[in-house]
Write a protein that binds this ligand. Structure first.
Ligand SMILES: CC(C)(COP(=O)(O)OP(=O)(O)OC[C@H]1O[C@@H](n2cnc3c(N)ncnc32)[C@H](O)[C@@H]1OP(=O)(O)O)[C@@H](O)C(=O)NCCC(=O)NCCS
Length: 411
């Protein structure tokens, strides 16, 4: 259906036409900011998988809560078909992460292959805007492995694959790998060298070890325990855990596992955790890791950014008291978490992202069965340049096939 005069009439016509536009104009589509009339076509450009009436979307557009391109660490643009000015999708440029920008693009699946083509064209236009015109060092975009037309476009401008998460998406009943492409600025590359050539530092054996969890208990489990292993158990995070989180944040001895040390305020931390628990379903599920010996909470593990449609998430872990690290507690807690992720949530795969300098965390992931999935280059500032992140993935079926240590306890 072409854009009607009625719909156009609700916006100033100057805002819903690409006539005379000097940039972000491709062969088949052009990109522009949003206007109120775009609410009529919101099912084509909203990123959500769930429906919403045009009136509600119009309200959000009016309030600047949708389609807003000013501030808020993101630029949201409409993908419009040339010729008839029909909105067919949208692109989001995430600008909050320094120095790496990230682009998302979606077109209405109702347009089939043409929609995939427009998505690729739009993504490439904004990647070139970010890197060639705005001079940002790097921009990333994540196509699916079966989007061959998009991949061909990306490779034509010199973008390259830097990560491959196996079987990440479910498309028409089949699992498809999720890729990440990076497009680097040539001037930055000349100054800093090609980040892909930097060798990944390593520690540990690199060998997966038998799964240790959970144990078959003869006695009652600890109160509120969700999974119990030989040495540690997982339970929901509770308010008094905030004291440990805040206490140990100021006693952290290792500045390498994040982008420097992060100060934790107990109250703010607990409010964040409480907020996660109020959601349903929870997109970030976290547990406290407690010693079975004395119930001390020694750290936290969780699954973040859970996608319940495609059934993947990102695992995270921290033993807050540094003296417990390197003794296998973290890996035992992770195996309890995997049991929860794959057997309770029914996830298909997990990912993990680790700073190059955090060799202990990478060694622990290899020990837990994770495989390397690639690298996110120039991810954060370090030493007057930018350092990289190494990424991993683990499929549920791989974890199930790992050898198991069966621990049965006598009372
Ligand atoms: C990451 C973490 C949860 C892992 O738990 P853990 O109990 O320490 O892990 P494990 O003891 O099971 O395994 C550690 C591996 O690193 C190696 N290692 C131990 N100490 C190390 C050190 N100081 N430097 C480098 N490698 C080290 C070990 O040899 C082992 O590998 P291997 O068994 O193959 O030889 C824990 O170390 C931690 O909380 N670190 C700080 C927070 C963090 O980095 N979180 C992850 C962010 S991505």
């Amino acid at each position: 259906m072409p854009v009607t005069h009625a719909a156009r009439g609700e916006s100033n016509p100057l805002l819903v036409s690409g006539e005379g536009q000097t940039y972000l104009v491709g062969d088949e589509v052009y990109l522009r900011p949003f206007a109120p009339a775009d609410a009529e076509f919101s099912q084509s450009w909203r990123f959500s998988r769930f429906p919403m009436s045009p009136d509600r979307v119009r309200g959000k557009l009016d309030e600047g809560k949708a389609g807003d391109s000013s501030g808020k660490n993101r630029v949201h643009l409409l993908i419009v078909r040339k010729g008839d000015d029909r909105p067919v999708g949208s692109v989001l440029i995430h600008t909050s992460w320094f120095p790496s920008y990230y682009v998302e693009a979606a077109t209405d699946p109702i347009f089939g292959e043409a929609g995939d083509r427009w998505r690729g064209e739009a993504a490439v236009m904004v990647m070139q805007l970010v890197v060639d015109e705005w001079q940002r060092p790097i921009v990333q975009f994540a196509p699916l492995a079966d989007e061959t037309a998009t991949i061909a476009r990306l490779e034509k401008i010199g973008a390259r694959e830097c990560m491959r998460f196996r079987e990440m998406y479910s498309r028409n009943g089949k699992r498809v790998d999720g890729l990440m492409y990076e497009y680097l600025n040539g001037d930055w590359m000349e100054r800093l060298g090609d980040p892909a050539e930097r060798e990944l530092p390593r520690s540990g054996t690199g060998q997966p070890r038998p799964v240790t969890a959970p144990v078959a208990l003869k006695d009652d489990p600890p109160a509120n325990a969700v999974r119990v292993g030989p040495w540690v158990y997982l339970r929901p995070i509770q308010e008094d855990d905030a004291v440990h989180a805040a206490h140990w944040s100021m006693r952290e001895s290792d500045a390498n596992w994040g982008n420097g040390r992060g100060v934790v305020s107990g109250r703010a931390w607990w409010h964040e955790m409480e907020k996660l628990q109020k959601e349903s379903p929870q997109e970030w599920v976290r547990f406290a890791v407690c010693l079975r010996d004395n119930d001390e909470a020694i750290g936290f593990v969780g699954i973040d950014d859970i996608d319940y449609t495609h059934r993947f998430g990102e695992s995270e872990s921290e033993l807050v008291n540094p003296s417990y690290r390197g003794n296998g507690y973290g890996s035992e807690a992770k195996h309890l978490l995997f049991d929860y992720a794959f057997n309770t949530l029914g996830l298909h795969a997990l990912q993990s992202w680790v700073l190059f300098e955090n060799t202990r965390s990478a060694a622990a992931l290899r020990k837990q069965g994770y495989r390397e999935a690639g690298r996110s280059h120039w991810d954060i500032p370090r030493d007057g340049a930018f350092t990289n992140v190494v990424t991993f993935d683990l499929l549920g079926e791989e974890w199930r096939a790992m050898p198991r240590r069966v621990d049965t306890e006598s009372s």
